[in-house]
Design a protein around this ligand. Structure first.
Ligand code: ADP
Length: 319
């Protein structure tokens, strides 16, 4: 394989740039040419493609976002859209493609692989919701952003003796909420993996209230429901002075943490190795600190799992 392409797709995450850098540098190290595809699959269909050099990825390892930009494309989901993408890949002589993104992006990569274009997926999403990898690129940075925000909210919650509901991202996964809850000593965590625990949360708040506890932090994963609605439900059930903070897109930005930069560098480089080894339709990941790869579609049929021991521990530590 002499010429490969790289794109970022779907929701962006801090560390995607570090992954792009690793792909470009590792490919050039192995005497291959690398083309950057801008705006994800949309840009691929439109031929928004430029050759990358060593210097194209200089000074980006520390930057959030993605220099290749990201996009969502409905057209690419169609046969016609995929044919257009293949025309462009042929035109540029690109023999293999590295797709940095989430599960939607991986489904697109699988479609191209089935049509004869070897693709490798690199998991980049703050949600940590991809099976087959313990961590996705961006999760650690987003976690630290949340911790930073909750530390600040805790100060004012204490001053004013209020209960705060903090809604965090994570799509259908509770990882960000769970890790942030444990890291921040939150009183309660509401995650989609434990949908029936609302009553326990209320009972715990009431117990705290009865023994004179003045403030509480409840972390709500967006996959459970709307922060405002849950804030109202908690206020109605406890009569506490309840406020809601929805952290929103600040969780997707910022300079990647050391962990995410290292993870992105390792996974990006491994993806290039897989193409060199002639592999296709694989996803790279990290499990127990070892680099692994899985069939990109088969792995998505596995349920995403959270560590329920961690959930139990967070409850034990916040009695
Ligand atoms: P993420 O990769 O973060 O999960 P999306 O689900 O939005 O984000 O997917 C990113 C893009 O991947 C979509 O806009 C679409 O172009 C492509 N994609 C998603 N699902 C499919 C699919 N089933 N077939 C082909 N392409 C897909």
């Amino acid at each position: 394989m002499k010429r490969i392409g790289v794109l970022t797709s779907g929701g962006d995450s801090p560390g995607m740039n570090a992954a792009v850098r690793a792909v470009v540098r590792k490919a050039i190290f192995h005497d291959m040419e690398v083309f950057g595809i801008y705006n994800g699959y949309q840009g691929l269909m439109e031929g928004n493609i430029k050759k990358m050099e060593l210097g194209s990825v200089g000074d980006i390892i520390q930057r959030g976002g993605t220099i290749l930009y990201s996009a969502r494309s409905e057209e690419f989901k169609t046969e016609q859209g995929q044919e257009k993408a293949i025309e462009q890949l042929n035109k540029f002589g690109i023999e293999g493609l590295i797709v940095i993104g989430g599960d939607g992006s991986f489904r697109g990569a699988e479609k191209l692989t089935k049509k004869g274009y070897p693709c490798i997926g690199v998991p980049g999403t703050i949600d940590n919701d991809i099976p087959g990898t313990d961590y996705t690129i961006g999760f650690d940075t987003a976690l630290n952003t949340i911790i930073d925000a909750i530390d600040k909210i805790r100060d004012t919650a204490t001053s004013h003796e209020r209960t705060y509901v903090v809604e965090v991202m994570g799509r259908n996964a509770g990882d960000l909420a769970l890790w942030a809850g444990l890291a921040d000593g939150a009183e309660s965590i509401l995650i989609p993996e434990r949908p029936d625990d609302f009553e326990d949360v209320i009972n715990k708040l009431k117990r705290g209230q009865a023994r004179g506890k003045k403030h509480s932090i409840i972390i709500l994963a967006e996959g459970v429901g709307n922060g405002m609605e849950y804030g109202q439900r908690i206020k109605d059930a406890t009569d506490m002075d309840t406020r809601v903070t929805v952290l929103g897109h600040i969780q997707r930005g910022g300079s990647p943490s050391g962990f995410d930069r290292v993870l992105a560098s390792r996974l990006g480089a491994r993806a290039v190795d897989l193409l060199i080894e002639g592999k296709a339709g694989r996803m790279v990941g990290i499990q127990q600190n070892k680099l692994v790869d899985h069939d990109i579609i088969e792995i998505l049929t596995h349920p995403h799992e959270i560590d329920l021991n961690m959930y139990k521990l967070s409850n034990e530590l916040s009695i």
